[in-house]
Design a protein around this ligand. Sequence first.
Ligand code: ADP
Ligand code: MG
Length: 691
Amino acid sequence: MFLRELSASLDHIKGVGPELKSAFTHLGVTSVGGLLCYYPRDWEDRNTIVPIGDFQRATVCTQVRVIAHDWFGFGAMKTLKIHVEDTSGRGVLVCFKRPFLENQLVVGNQYWLWGTFFYKYGEIQSTNFEVEAIQGGTSKNFAHLVPVYRLSAKLKAGTLRRCIKQALDQYAGPLENELPDYLIERRGLFSKSRAIRAIHFPTSVEELNVAKQTLVYEELFYLEMVIVQRMIERRRAPGEQAPDAPMSSLQKRLIERLPFSLTQGQVAALADINRDIDSPYPMARLIQGDVGSGKTLVSFLAALRAAETGGQAALMAPTELLARQHAENAARLLEPLGLRPAFLTGNIKSSGRAQLLKNLALGQIDFIIGTHALFSRDVHYRNLRLVVIDEQHRFGVLQRQAIVEKGDQPDLLMMSATPIPRTLALTVFGDMDVSIIRDMPLGRKPVITHLALQSNEMRVYDFVRQQLAAGRQAYFVYPLIDADENKSLKDAESMALRLSEEIFPEYDMSLIHSKLNEEEKRITMENFRKGVIRMLVATSVVEVGVDVPNATCMVIEHAERFGLSALHQLRGRVGRGNEQSYCFLVYTDDENNHLSDDSKDRLKVMKNSTDGFVIAEEDLRLRGPGQIAGIEQSGNIGLSIADLIRDIHILEHARTDAFAMLELDPELSQSEHHCVAQVLKRAPPFANVAL
Ligand code: ADP
Ligand code: MG
């Protein structure tokens, strides 16, 4: 029997009646298998004695003698106090709602005690404690590592531990391994039966660690099995490269008309895309490239190919600002080639929308660009062949799916500036292929970054003035829109006033933030792009995608308030042309806004690196596991113990092993793979999850 097949009802566990059963249901546990997979959220070390005298340093864990009982309060409020002592001192157990402890803790006898103590009313008191009589032999809840579970009001720690222990005794012995023996051996893991016992009741920290590794590996192995199988199915012939697909005539013509040549990375990504589009299977490709690496152009070239074969292409961007910018570029670059691009705004009332939708349904638009409005219910395509998703990490899995469903298995191209470790990308995006653009367009100079203390802001402004005098443009970014939110911080509104009236009266500037309506934003961005406005005061709305190559200064005030990926994205707004660009990170460090160590670290990383891959790695290190932009939304993969980011190394092993197994034995017919075939057949993992 596999653990995941253990569907026996909880009443089969000795000591579980209807009441406990319903308490478990509240926690989402409905079967014996579910209970055994209800893993502890932590383990308490009750191996090490912490005497009462050390209560301020750690949770007390000791043997005590009961010295007296007394009571305080009246009526329903009457509460028992039990005085105890160990060799280091005395403490008081305040037994709220536990009057029964009067009979359990007998004066003069010895007990195990675990509890958090505080100094209160002249005593060392605890209200949160566990006790157990000391008997010969082994203790239930003491003298070893004790599991800590997520509890509910109806389910106490002791009861839960007892039920799980009982379930282990009744069911864990004959559990079948879900991994082949040779993998268990190669990766130094436990059998399933031992792992499941040890995850709940480990005898040592070492045993606990191997148990965790075993269960994490097993979960990730099956995740990779499912993904690799699908990948092989999609490609039919694994390992076999599709023939090279030459550039189409429109693609060639666009490239000829450009004032620059494509980078190597762009050329390679385009070759991958052309091969995918020509193959009989739908493309599923992720393009990773740092901010400014020229992904948009690659997606336009893909759209040309789709249009040339008589299909339609759609490009979805996360903000209206960015979508509009793409649409304007598409009009400029693609209309001269005879393509019919269009911009679909989210504004239902906008005039022309009805006509536009009609044209789209008739196939009179080849390339439509917009936000998630592209998959609104009233939007119909005649023949949607290519879906491009820009800044894919801004969209959830469901939104990505909704747009794809507008066509009949269209090709899918996702673009991301967040560098994600390869194995992770391949996992989170299911069986996506990945193209990485590593190089920047020729002539780009890395942005020079300066850190400046708030009190030196004037020197920053003076520098920006020189750049403006030389004809360049500048962004100023603030963490807040207006002063209502927090008076001790600079905000975009007040600073727009101050910058335009006091500091740069000779230059035109505008303010842009999310509370403005789309039309106001559009006009502002257009004027900034044309250079009519020389300075833009903004919040992080300019973070994604905005492309104005003549802007060479990015001033971020209260930079300590922004995360690393936001800072990197914001800095990516400059350095997009051939001029040297500058980024000023102005930070505050005073008694109102003290600079934390984390903020200091982030600023240093930004100063020392412009490489998105390095910054993403640092981000991971500083923020800890479970937090890469674009990965959180993929949390619905349905993992119960593994964490894709924390366990990335185990994930890599699991993927290698799954691949090797399927390559050698695609039918899983060899006897050592029997258990894998059985798991996939009898209890398919991740069956309900869209990967
Ligand atoms: P991102 O990858 O961040 O989306 P964009 O597609 O916005 O980058 O491109 C940034 C800028 O670089 C745009 O102005 C674009 O026209 C320009 N660009 C794209 N490819 C090249 C190239 N090969 N050489 C020079 N400039 C390029
Ligand atoms: Mg972009």
